[in-house]
Design a protein around this ligand. Structure first.
Ligand SMILES: C[S@@+](CC[C@H](N)C(=O)[O-])C[C@H]1O[C@@H](n2cnc3c(N)ncnc32)[C@H](O)[C@@H]1O
Length: 265
């Protein structure tokens, strides 16, 4: 069980489960946040976008349908394979591409991009949350001056992505089952504890995971934003409250400084 933040290990069956679970997420609405950000400042919809921690490609595939040129990067080989499998063989617009790798070590030759986004609360992935400054510098290296970096955060009192308890049926690797989410408990240490299991018959299937999702306080979010600003690469932070989502959800957008200031990034 993780003590804080999200696990970075979305591989194998857990990745397939996450992908199945994605039907509970409104990726169209979330992709609209990115489209709005692009319309603010650039030549949408041909903008080049970097999907950080792209998972199984849900945001990238929506944005590609609108004509954006999207590159996804994710640590999990299973996630990358699932994302690639979803790319239509003859896409009407440009197909997204997906790469396996860490957002903390983005290859320089992947860019340049007009903007980058990190969604699905991936800022809370344990290894990323602890190294926001590194992330900020790595992203700045591949985003063009004036481009944006957008991520989501959660300050609320309910888990934003929990499907209705007991209502979900899944089919993962040929196994059909239903999801059980235990009571989501808010703890004194400002984490949610939630666990889930895939049920088949009398709980015969031993797939079970438990994680804690850290609740950010306003000051935590400010510290993350400060970490980005201290990198010297980003400016103009804006905290947004996306209208389509439950309360507690925030979007943070930063703009890449125009001057070539990223010495040693
Ligand atoms: C909560 S999921 C979000 C996936 C996707 N963005 C979405 O919203 O559906 C977190 C993702 O981060 C990936 N991940 C974790 N650590 C990473 C790292 N250092 N670099 C790239 N991807 C990472 C995991 O493999 C997983 O796919």
């Amino acid at each position: 069980m993780r003590e804080t933040t999200l696990s970075s290990k979305y591989t194998g069956l857990l990745a397939r489960f996450y992908d199945e679970d994605s039907r509970w997420h409104d990726y169209e609405a979330e992709a609209a946040w990115i489209r709005r950000e692009c319309r603010h400042r650039m030549r949408a919809p041909r903008a080049r976008l970097l999907d950080l921690c792209c998972g199984s490609g849900s945001h990238a595939l929506v944005l590609a349908r609108f004509g954006y040129r999207v590159t996804g990067i994710d640590l999990s080989p299973t996630m990358v394979r699932l994302a690639r499998e979803k790319v239509p063989p003859r896409p009407r617009k440009e197909a997204p591409s997906f790469h396996r790798g860490s957002v903390l070590q983005i290859p320089k030759n992947l860019g340049p991009f007009d903007g980058a986004y990190l969604l699905g609360l991936s800022i809370l992935v344990e290894t990323i949350f602890d190294r926001v400054g590194v992330l900020a510098r790595r992203v700045a290296r591949v985003v063009a001056p004036g481009g944006f970096f957008l991520f989501d955060a959660h300050l609320g009192s309910s888990h934003p992505h929990t499907p209705p308890r007991g209502a979900a049926t899944y089919r993962v690797d040929g196994i059909e089952g239903s999801l059980r989410i235990s009571e989501v408990r808010r703890r004194a240490d400002r984490t949610y504890h939630y666990d889930w299991a895939l049920k088949r018959g009398r709980w015969a299937l031993g797939l079970h995971a438990a994680e804690r999702l850290k609740i950010l306080r306003g000051s935590d979010l400010a510290a993350v934003v400060d970490g980005c600003l201290e990198s010297g690469c980003w400016d103009h932070p804006r905290v947004l409250h996306p209208p389509q989502t439950k309360s507690g959800y925030r979007l943070v957008a930063l703009v890449r400084k125009a001057a070539p200031i990223c010495h040693g990034c």
